[in-house]
Design a protein around this ligand. Structure first.
Ligand code: NAD
Length: 485
C-alpha cells in the first residue's frame, strides 16, 4: 500500500472513522493498491456537521472580502503544488499526467472565479418611496454538502468548495470512494491557506453516508455530481427533507457532423472529445451523427484515433468492471451489425498488465436503437450514426433522455444556428468537441443530466449557495406612511 489509510477530515484534523468497514483504493494505471478508504457511518457525519455548525456563525459573519483572501492563498498553493496534485490525480483516477495537470489548472481557474465573488455579490439598494429604501443582500445557507464522482478527483470538488465557502457556507465533502486521496490534499491546502477549522470537512463513504447527508437536519443544501440513477435518488431524498438540491447526472453527448465541416479540425476534435480522460467525462462525445457524405471525415477520425495509444497519450478506465462493461458494448454493437473501424478491446500496456485500459474505438453504421447509441458508455468509444438530413440528426440527438452537451461541425453559420436552436442540451458547441463553458459562465446540462434549478459553477452558483435577504428601511419620520410602507 503506497499511502497510509485514508481518514476523514473533521474540524481541521484527520480523524479515523468509527466504521470498521473499508474499501481498497486501486490505481487503474497498474492495478496496484494505493490505500484503503473508510466507509463512514452516520455518527461520523454527525460529528462533521457539529464542527461545521459551530464555526458557521463566525465564518458567515466574516466579511466576504476577508473570506476570499483564503482563496487567493489557496490558488497560490494549488499552483505551487500542481505537479504533486497532478501526480496523485493520475495515480488514483488513471488519467494521463497531461490531463491531470489540466485538471489542476481548471481548479485554479475555479478558485480565481471565487476570488471575484465580492465583485458579483454587492447587492442592490433603491429609494423606493421618499425616505424609504429597499436593500437586498446575499446570505449563506449554513452547512452544505457536496457529493462528487470519480472522474475528476480534484476538479469537481472545486466546482463547489471555493464558491460555497467564499459565499460564507461551511461544507461537508463526500468524495468518490474510488478516488478519495486528492480530497485530503485539498483539505491540507485549505488549512494552510488559513481556512478556519470546521469550515471544510470530509466524510468518506458510500451509499450509507450519502443517505445520511440527504437526511441530516443540520445540512441545508446538497450538491451532487454523478450518474443519473444516483442523481435522481439524491434529488428526491434531499428535497423530501426540504433541502435545496442540485444534482448533476450522466450524459450521452452527440456531435452532428455536416459534410462541409473542415475535415482535419473536425477529426481532431471528435477524436480528442471521445478519448480525453479515457472517455470518462460527462462532456465526452459519445455519438457522432454524420449527415450525408462524411466518409472523408470519418477516415480522418480513424487516422486520429490510431495516434491515441493506451498508456502513452490515453489513460486507463477506472476499474476492471468498467473495462469489461465498455468492451461488452463494443461486442454487442458488432454482433448487431455495426462496423468496428478502430477496435480498442483487449488493450494491454506493457509493464502495466494490471492496469485497466481500453483503446480508442470507432464504430460506424450504428443504428439509433443499439445500446451503444443510447447508453452512457463512459469509455473512449464513438458510435457513428448516419443520416440523410440534418433534421433527422437533430431528432436522434434530442431523442436521448440526457441533455448535457451537443456540438455541430460545419462552416455554414446559418446551419450552425439552425442546430443550436433545435438541440435540447444545456451546453452547445460549434466546431468544439468539448463545449465546457469557462468561468464566469456556468456549467450545467438539461433534461436527465441535471435535476434542480440553476447551474453548479460560475455566476449561477451564487444563487444556489445563498439566499436573498430583502430589507426595507425608513430613516426618518418625514417619510410618513403611504400605501406601500
Ligand atoms: P456515481 O453516481 O456512481 O457516484 C457518484 C457519487 O454517488 C459517489 O460519491 C458515490 O459514492 C455515490 N453513490 C454511488 N451509488 C450510490 C447510491 N446508490 N446511493 C447513494 N450514493 C451513491 O457516479 P460515478 O461513477 O462516480 O461517476 C460517473 C458518472 O458521473 C457518469 O454518469 C458521469 O456522466 C457523471 N458525471 C456528471 C457530471 C455532470 O456535470 N453532469 C460531471 C462528472 C460526472
Amino acid at each position: 500500500m503506497k499511502y497510509e489509510a485514508v481518514k476523514n477530515f473533521v474540524n481541521g484534523e484527520f480523524k479515523t472513522s468509527a466504521s470498521k468497514r473499508s474499501l481498497n483504493v486501486i490505481s487503474p494505471l497498474d492495478g496496484n493498491k494505493l490505500s484503503e478508504v473508510p466507509m463512514s457511518m452516520a455518527v461520523d457525519l454527525d460529528e462533521a456537521v457539529k464542527a461545521a455548525s459551530a464555526v458557521f456563525p463566525y465564518w458567515s459573519k466574516t466579511p466576504i472580502k476577508e473570506r476570499v483572501q483564503v482563496f487567493f492563498r489557496y490558488k497560490s498553493l494549488l499552483e505551487k503544488n500542481l505537479p504533486q496534485l497532478a501526480q496523485l490525480c493520475s495515480e488514483e483516477n488513471g488519467k494521463t499526467i497531461g490531463e491531470s495537470v489540466a485538471e489542476i489548472e481548471k481548479c485554479i481557474e475555479l478558485t480565481e472565479f471565487a476570488c471575484s465573488l465580492p465583485q458579483l455579490t454587492t447587492g442592490e439598494l433603491l429609494e423606493v418611496s421618499r425616505g424609504v429604501e429597499c436593500r437586498t443582500e446575499r446570505v449563506p445557507l449554513g452547512v452544505v454538502a457536496s457529493i462528487v464522482p470519480f472522474n475528476f478527483p480534484s476538479m469537481v470538488p472545486n466546482w463547489t468548495i471555493p464558491n460555497a465557502i467564499a459565499l460564507g457556507n461551511c461544507m461537508i465533502l463526500k468524495p468518490s470512494e474510488k478516488v478519495p486521496l486528492s480530497a485530503g490534499r485539498l483539505a491540507e491546502l485549505l488549512k494552510e491557506a488559513g481556512l478556519p477549522d470546521g469550515v471544510f470537512n470530509i466524510v468518506h463513504g458510500d451509499v450509507e453516508i450519502v443517505e445520511a447527508i440527504c437526511d441530516h437536519p443540520g445540512i441545508m443544501a446538497v450538491s451532487f455530481v454523478g450518474s443519473t440513477k444516483v442523481a435522481k435518488i439524491v434529488y428526491q431524498r434531499a428535497t423530501s427533507h426540504y433541502k435545496r438540491c442540485l444534482a448533476l447526472g450522466g450524459a450521452k453527448n452527440h456531435l452532428v457532423v455536416l459534410p462541409d465541416a473542415i475535415p482535419g479540425m473536425t477529426a481532431q476534435n471528435v477524436a480528442a472529445s471521445m478519448s480525453g480522460c479515457a472517455g470518462q467525462r460527462c462532456m465526452a462525445a459519445s455519438a457522432m451523427v454524420g449527415v450525408g457524405d462524411v466518409d472523408h471525415i470519418i477516415d480522418k477520425i480513424c487516422d486520429e484515433a490510431k495516434k491515441i495509444i493506451p498508456g502513452e497519450n490515453l489513460g486507463a478506465v477506472i476499474s476492471e468492471d468498467s473495462k469489461q462493461r465498455i468492451e461488452r458494448f463494443i461486442t454487442e454493437a458488432e454482433e448487431q451489425g455495426a462496423k468496428i473501424l478502430v477496435d480498442g478491446r483487449n488493450a494491454i500496456v506493457k509493464g502495466k498488465e494490471g492496469g485497466t485500459y481500453v483503446g480508442p474505438t470507432v464504430i460506424d453504421h450504428v443504428s439509433p436503437g443499439m445500446s451503444v447509441a443510447t447508453e452512457e458508455i463512459f469509455g473512449p468509444v464513438i458510435s457513428i450514426i448516419r443520416t440523410k438530413t440534418v433534421d433527422e440528426a437533430i431528432q436522434i440527438e434530442n431523442a436521448n433522455p440526457y441533455g448535457n452537451a451537443a456540438s455541430v461541425f460545419t462552416q455554414n453559420g446559418g446551419m450552425a444556428r439552425y442546430v443550436i436552436e433545435r438541440s435540447s442540451a444545456g451546453m452547445i458547441g460549434v466546431n468544439v468537441g468539448v463545449p465546457v463553458p469557462r468561468e464566469p459562465f456556468s456549467f450545467g446540462g438539461w433534461n436527465e443530466s441535471k435535476f434542480g434549478v440553476g447551474d453548479i459553477t460560475g455566476k449561477s452558483s451564487i444563487e444556489f449557495w445563498t439566499k436573498l435577504k430583502k430589507t426595507t428601511v425608513k430613516w426618518n419620520a418625514e417619510s410618513g406612511i403611504n400605501w406601500m410602507s
